[in-house]
Design a protein around this ligand. Structure first.
Ligand code: SAH
Ligand code: SF4
Length: 401
């Protein structure tokens, strides 16, 4: 093999290849409070033990049973036999952005890798200090957006509730050393949250439950590439969470390429579903738009976005693409990003240009895990070629300015 990258080590195996058998013990942080209480009562414990376990998990962010000092030794032994206090077997952290951004790669019990990112925003006049954690909902992703390193990996598996919330507890533990807290959580790491919707809804509920992680509901954002049934489920539930839709193109033929799920859930229907969510909840929907030089950043693209979103309760975030391996695409120049933003603002659409955080360590969706995994599978490269050279060329020549 002519691969010049280091081979994946045994301890950090490929995200797509499970290394060992699953640990049969469920993750403790994924247990619904009533199941945990039922288990404790069945063990002959008094009901107040549930509060003690919850305190250890959610206030002190315990990762081992030994840290649960308020519990009697016999119960700690029973707990360890039945549950995993932490589902993240091993984590490695890399700093970037003058220490304001850190990225963790977590190994799960079956050897798969997922990532999470901590972004710290120092206090500014009129703004409190924030610490935002970006978490993964799946190992890999089936949607296959060609500019996304997670898409390149393909789909591994859904994460369990505990595997999702343990990423947040990991960073809460790291921050606690400095007397700091996690203030915001975004489901913008690996995976498509609304294709693992049950676990994601339970995880978001645990994170915003006043008796568990106790985050403000508005401080949780779920990002989707446009899974309409999942958006409809959120609309029925009316949670206080923020919905973000990854748009990346308003012209259907281009979006078919950039977000292949568009072929199943067309962009107009996605926007209609998200608008119903905004109406039901009164909450503004965020639209994420990754800007790729010469691909989706033309005046015609801006006009199409304006036509699609004008008059709706939205906010658009423009994000220059983080360069990823296996594609020649580059981020749009600052001038093109500004021109795009100006066109949307002129159409009355609130628009913000976001600087990429952590790009020097590959903090864009899935990049670090992709790096560690070595080269992508030949089938993924083949699919990329088909997308970029075939359908891509046709779509890019459609309606260019
Ligand atoms: N699957 C969900 C959530 C995870 S992706 C979704 O797509 O919305 C989170 C965000 O990272 C998405 O908006 C995605 O488009 C963006 N992203 C992926 N690859 C990127 C890259 N190379 N540069 C910048 N943003 C990227
Ligand atoms: Fe999946 Fe989101 Fe990446 Fe698309 S951008 S491949 S939906 S993780």
């Amino acid at each position: 093999m002519s691969d010049r990258r280091p081979a994946p080590t045994a301890s950090l195996a490929s995200p797509l290849q499970p290394g060992v058998e699953r640990d049969p013990r469920p993750g403790l942080a994924g247990a619904a409070p009533e199941s945990l209480l039922a288990w404790l009562l069945a063990c002959g414990e008094p009901a107040y033990r549930a509060r003690q376990v919850a305190d250890a998990l959610w206030r002190r962010h315990a990762s081992t049973v030994d840290e649960m000092r308020t519990l009697p030794a016999a119960l700690r032994t029973e707990l360890a036999a039945a549950w995993r206090v932490d589902t993240l077997v091993e984590s490695s952290v890399r700093p970037a952005d003058r220490g304001l951004t850190e990225k963790a790669l977590h190994r799960l019990d079956d050897g798969r890798l997922v990532e999470s990112v901590l972004m710290r925003y120092p206090r500014r006049p009129g703004r409190r200090e924030r610490a935002t954690v970006c978490i993964s909902s799946q190992a890999g992703c089936a949607v296959g957006c060609p500019f996304c390193a997670t898409g390149e990996l393909g789909f591994g598996r859904d994460l369990a509730v505990a595997e999702i919330v343990d990423q947040v507890r990991f960073w809460a533990r790291e921050l606690a050393g400095d007397g700091r807290h996690v203030t915001n959580v975004v489901f913008m790491g690996m995976g498509e949250p609304l294709l693992n919707v049950d676990a994601v809804l339970s995880a978001a509920a645990a994170l915003t439950d006043p008796d568990r992680f106790a985050l403000g509901g508005r401080h949780v954002t779920i990002s989707t590439s446009g899974v309409i049934p999942g958006i409809e489920r959120l609309t029925e539930l009316r949670p206080p969470w923020t919905l973000a839709v990854s748009l990346h193109a308003a012209r259907p033929s281009l979006r078919d390429v950039l977000v292949p799920l568009n072929r199943r859930y067309p962009v107009e229907e996605v926007v209609a579903a998200a608008t119903a969510y905004a109406r039901a909840t009164g909450r503004r929907v965020s639209y994420e738009y990754v800007m790729i030089d010469g691909v989706n950043d033309t005046a015609a693209d801006a006009a199409a976005v304006a036509a699609l979103l004008r008059g709706r309760l939205v906010h658009v975030n423009l994000i220059p693409m983080n360069p990823v391996a296996h594609t020649a695409w580059l981020p749009s120049s600052p001038a093109r990003v500004e021109a795009f933003a100006a066109a949307l603002l002129a159409a009355g659409i609130p628009t913000t240009v976001r600087r990429n955080r952590g790009d020097e360590i590959g903090a864009a969706c899935g990049q670090l895990a992709a790096e560690r995994a070595g080269l992508p599978a030949p089938s993924a490269v083949q699919r990329r070629r088909e997308l970029e050279v075939g359908a891509g060329a046709a779509a890019l020549s459609d309606g260019r300015s």
